[in-house]
Design a protein around this ligand. Structure first.
Ligand SMILES: [Zn+2]
Length: 415
């Protein structure tokens, strides 16, 4: 069987024929000549219409999926056409987008791997460069964003995520419908403008159809939701409230631990961080033991911990009325605790009472763990692209791994 036969099976293009295959000069690559099929006209890259030939450009090489340890290049002399509409322009060829050295097929192939591995690992595995992998992902993501459908979005969640030291944030907007969860939008910063950008992309008509919006308590997000999605039920997401409470508890613990060390007390709070922050059922045996020991002391940390644990009950309610009574009582108690970070939380929760109780009005509609799951996936993606934490790169990587974007279709499946 000849290489040409295989290529004709997996990568055939009307109007073109593979002529011959041979080793490249270094014997480490395979080169395959392509020429136009006899009598088939070139297609203008401006208007996609057949047009009379004008001249030929010098030979170009297009990289294809490597085979058995050899890089594979398709060699072709692009024609220029004299188009009635567009003038003298280069032809359009089906295997390339004209901008990249890699064939479309190879870009799709690399991009799929770049979802499993880091971009660096992908480049190493296929003996190509990081830049080529980035180009491949950029092509596939660009295609996907152009071809995705945004109709019938019922529920969205907005989330912020830190991506570099020095408080650099991204705004992520997810679709969180029961049948479809995906990343819809990545915005630079976490400002009014960045979240408004999402609504500019989807347009007023789609925004008017949104029934549920989940967010944290970040004021610019609350403002944009009120302004753009006033018809939707706005829910403060459980995940974000729990995260905020854990942060407050951690502040209490750190401050108290420092104070005890300064005053020469025994280091009771040493190694207590995860004992108090983790959910009880996730503690190791040793952590459980340490926690039980800790609970015997009358420490601010212990009191804050008990308040946090007590608050878990809030989420178990089904009736908004009862949940509201619980919330009021919890805030009343906490405001008398003389633990400033916890008091601050209580004031915040009180101020957002209505939005918090919306959680119970909507809870049957979608799972509250959805945003947490997406947030974790986003963090994994960011960690994988470590070393290239610039906004455009992260934006690409996030769309690629969380966007569930459609892909260009191939007639043959390359695996
Ligand atoms: Zn044209």
């Amino acid at each position: 069987m000849e290489l040409i036969t295989i290529l004709n099976h997996c990568h055939r293009h009307r109007g073109f024929v593979y002529q011959q295959a041979r080793f490249g000069p270094d014997k480490k690559s395979i080169e395959v000549d392509i020429r136009p099929r006899e009598g088939s006209a070139a297609v203008c890259s401006g208007c996609q219409q057949p047009a009379p030939g004008y001249d030929h450009l010098p030979q170009r090489s297009f990289e294809f999926i490597p085979l058995w340890g050899f890089l594979v290049f398709l060699l072709y002399r692009m024609r220029r056409v004299d188009c009635r509409n567009c003038g003298v322009v280069v032809e359009q060829v089906p295997w390339s987008d004209g901008k990249h050295q890699l064939t479309r097929t190879y870009m799709l192939f690399l991009a799929r791997w770049a979802r499993q591995l880091s971009w660096k690992e992908t480049a190493e595995a296929f003996h190509t460069s990081w830049d080529q992998v980035r180009d491949a992902v950029e092509y596939v993501v660009g295609w996907g964003l152009e071809h995705r459908t945004l109709e019938s979005i019922r529920a969205i969640g907005v989330d912020e995520i830190q991506y570099a030291k020095g408080h650099k944030y991204l705004t992520l907007v997810y679709q969180i419908d029961p049948g479809l969860t995906r990343l819809l939008w990545v915005g630079k910063e976490r400002t009014l403008e960045s979240f408004q950008g999402f609504f500019t992309v989807i347009g007023e008509q789609l925004a008017a159809q949104i029934e549920f919006v989940c967010s944290d308590m970040w004021q610019p997000y609350l403002d944009v939701i009120r302004q753009k999605c006033s018809q939707a039920l706005h829910i403060l997401d459980r995940f974000h409230v729990v995260a905020k409470m854990n942060k407050a508890l951690d502040e209490v613990r750190a401050a108290e631990s420092r104070k005890m060390a300064q005053e020469g007390h025994p280091p009771l709070l040493k190694k207590s961080r995860w004992c108090v922050l983790k959910r009880k059922q996730n503690l190791t045996a040793q952590q459980k033991f340490r926690l039980r020991h800790l609970l015997r002391y009358n420490l601010q940390t212990v009191r804050a911990y008990l308040l946090k644990e007590d608050f878990q009950q809030f989420w178990e309610y089904t009736s908004p009325t009862w949940a509201g009574l619980f919330l009021d009582f919890w805030c009343y108690q906490t405001l008398r605790s003389r633990i400033e970070p916890m008091k601050k939380i209580a004031r915040t929760l009180r101020a957002h009472r209505t939005l918090l109780l919306n959680y119970f009005k909507a809870r049957k509609q979608f799972s509250s763990g959805v945003i947490e799951g997406l947030n974790n996936k986003a963090k994994v993606t960011m960690r994988r692209s470590y070393g290239f934490r610039t906004f455009p790169i992260l934006e690409l990587a996030l769309y690629h791994s969380l966007g569930k974007l459609p892909e260009p279709e191939l007639t043959h499946e390359f695996f």
